[in-house]
Structures are given as C-alpha cells and as structure tokens.
Design a protein around this ligand. Sequence first.
Ligand code: NAP
Length: 487
Amino acid sequence: MSKLCVTVTADTTAELRRKRDDVVGADLVELRLDTVSDPDVAGALADRRTPVVVTCRPPWEGGRFKGSEEERKKILADALARGAEYVDIEWKANFTDLVSSTGGRRVVLSSHDFRGVPPDLRERAEAMRATGAEVVKLAVKTSRLSDCLPLHDLAASAKHDHTILIGMGECGLATRVLAKKFGSLWAYAGDQHQIGQITASDLLDRYRFRGLTENTAVYGLVGRPISHSASPAMHNAAFAATRLDAVYLPFPAADVDDFVTFGRAMGVKGASITIPFKVSLFDRMDEVYAVARRIGAINTMKAQDGRWIGGNTDASAFLTPLRDRVNLRGARVAVLGAGGAARAVAVALGSSDAQVTVYARNPAKAREVAMTASAAAAALPPPPDSWDVLVNCTPVGMYPKSNDTPLDASLLTGRHVYDLVYNPTVTRLMREAANAGCQAIGGLEMLVAQALEQFEWWTGTKPPAGVMREAALKRLAEFMRNENHVV
Ligand code: NAP
C-alpha cells in the first residue's frame, strides 16, 4: 500500500505547526520549512502526532528558502538530529556527509526536474540509490501523458521499493493517484496546484486512493480541456458504489498519439472521448461499432483482449429522456447546429419516424448532417409553427455565456424544447420555453444516460443511476461555486 503524504506550507513556524495538526487522513506530513520566515526545526517538530518529512527547498530546486546553503544544511542536520521521521535532501545539493551521518536512514534523497523528463532518468535513479539514502524521490515535469511512461518503466524495472516517482503538471496525475502502480512509497497531496498536486480529500474521496491496488482497472476521459468535466465524478462515484477495483482519471492528452501511447502502455481499459479527439481517435480503433461509424465519431472506447473498440453512446442517450415524454412518430423535429452532437442526434432520430430538419448557420454542414438521417436542411432560425420538438445542439447558452439563447423567445411555438447544454442545468432557452408553454428538457439527463451506458459496456455491471446523477449535479454545482468565487 502506498502511503499518503500531505505537504503543508505557511508564513511562520507557528502557522506551519497549526496546519500540520489540521491535516486529516495522512500517513505523513511534509513540513516545508523553506516557506516560513522563521524556520525553527524544534518548533515545527514539537508535539507532532503524525510522522513528518522535513523539507527546506532552495530556489534552485523550486523552493523558497532565502538563506545560504550553509544555513539550509544546518536546518536539515538539525531535523535529522531531532529525530524527524524523514528529512528531504536534494541530490544536487551534494550534502553527502549529511546523508551518511545516519547511514542513509530517514533520508529522502530528492531530484526535481522542472523542464521535463531527463534523458538520464534511469542513471540518475541508480546514482541516487548508490548513496545509500533510505528513500529516493524523482519528480519530473510532464507536458504529455506519455511523459509518465519513463517513470512507469523505471518502477517496473526497479528492485527498489523505497522509491517515489512523481510526474509534475496536470499530465502527471496518474503518477499520484496510481502511486501503487508506479511503485511509489508514498504520494504527495496538497495545494501546490502549480506542480499538479491535488488535495488529500480529492485523492482519498474522489479517487479512493486507499483502495487502489496494482491491479486497479484504469479508465478515463480523453480530451482537452477537461478540468470542468463531470465525468470523473460520475464514474468514480459509480465505481465506489459498485465496489469495483477501478478508477477514472482525466486524460488531458497533448494529441492523439499521446493518448494512444499512454493508453496502450498503461493498459487503460476504457475511456470516454470528448473534444477534440472524437474523430481523430476513431481512426486509431481496431474496430468501430456501426452507430459510431454512422455518426462519424466515437465518444467511448473499450480495450478488449488488446484490441481497442470504439462506440458512441450519445445517440441512444439522447433518446433516453424522450422515451416517456414524447412520441416521435410523425413529429416535426428541428435540430439546431451541425456539429458532433447534432450528428449523434440526427442518427438517433433517423430510426424514429420523425420528420427531421437540421438548421445551421452553415448550410453545407446542415446538409451533411441531414444526410445521415434522411432529413431536410435549412438555414437558421426555424420558422414559427414549423416544429413540435426543438433540439438545441449548439453550445449557445452554455456557461459562461448563460444569458445567450439560440432562438428568440417569440419563435418558441412548439411542444417540446430539448437543450443539450447541461451547464447550467436550466438554461435561458429552457426557461423561456417553459414560459411559452413548452415542455423543457435539459442536457443533464443525456449526460448521465451516456455515462450509464459507458459504465455498463466497460464493466458488465448495472450502473447505479441515482449515484451517478447525484455526482454529476454535485460536480456542476461545485464548478459554478468555484467559477463564481474566481470572478
Ligand atoms: P461542436 O461539434 O462544436 O458543434 C457546435 C455546433 O453549434 C456547430 O454546428 C456550430 O456551428 C454551432 N454553433 C456554435 N455557435 C453557434 C452560434 N452562435 N449560432 C449558431 N450556431 C452555432 O459541439 P458539439 O460537440 O456538437 O456540442 C454542442 C453542444 O451540445 C455543447 O454545448 C455540448 O456541451 C452539448 N452536448 C451535450 C451532451 C449531453 O450529454 N448533454 C452531449 C454532447 C454535446 P459551426 O459549425 O458553424 O461553427
């Protein structure tokens, strides 16, 4: 089991001690003495209830210590002498006498590379181990998901179980969450977001860090940007509720090759796929299901016996909320937009006996989408009294432009308005549709439905629908709170 180490920083030693004592759920607390104005080892260590790692990072290794190297060395030596459980000593500092003063015991010999993955990573690890330090920590900056792979290879080949391997940056999240797979003695959590740290509660609650093993099945969301997505919350909540040994991570791939390389090497079992990879990853599948081929895009992949299979759950998920509300047979349906979602909607409607018209600002695109469903195509906006069901497949009205609407309220003359936008959960279009006497349906139900289908396809387990819906709502509310806070 990999341990959890929570990093604390503060302006003063007294505050550092308070923050140390406030940490919950950690096996170790890293005390960043370089961040305080009055570094006092005795004060920082006094009355501790959790084992600590004492760190006093110099600016040349990403820290904030303002004193001389001699003063820094004194602080580290003091921490060792006072019995700190671990003391972090930078490999490049060359404090060899300090390392040997305890025969390497309680020393975390660390190396941080903020430019990228050094080509001599393996040699560096060996040289660091040769010092006799009890723990060797290698942290490298990741700009691509596949930058994690040299760390993974190192873990696989190392016969040393006292190593910590960290990919800094958002592409390195897997090294933190999957510390066990990376052979890390412990993972760091905290609020050092600039180096890709996540909080202890995210690691423990969202990603169920304590329960993850070397065999944990890895799933995720491939896209960029994806930090706003509700999918990790939904799928991780479902894995927790069904007690599956699986985890779902955001995969902000730099490009399509990046995910293919990473996904194959890490044995990713399945992924949701979003913009901008829905078409480019389609071409990398060993097999693509018929619906996805008709849509021309995949939103889901599953690895099966080493083969990657692509599918699309958007089309059937789109129909889910309509099932009990709308009789599509003979209904006049106006689809607004001609992008990826409109294609999935058109394919879904193609087998429903509805009379579909695709309206888009680009008539050529509208015609192209219409062809997938034997539908008509026209320029925006749909005229009054021309539709029974209106489906918004444009992002108009989506956060942060929540005051926008794709259709003037005076044109809301039909019976049902279905807005695929789910953030906000109630859009201006939906409000105005309800005021005009239409039944309004939001995009959240489709969002949840496509995730339910993904979950079942990947795991063969019935998905906990209520749990996933709650998780999506909670995540969207959290997103709005954070955004409003920033504003
Ligand atoms: P997309 O591929 O980028 O397509 C967007 C479409 O909207 C394009 O046809 C675009 O026209 C059109 N459009 C954009 N701004 C417009 C404007 N101001 N006026 C008129 N048309 C405009 O995006 P997508 O993947 O289809 O997604 C569309 C929306 O559906 C997003 O809000 C997405 O979040 C939502 N969605 C929801 C779910 C769900 O589960 N609820 C699933 C998928 C998508 P051009 O081609 O001319 O640029």
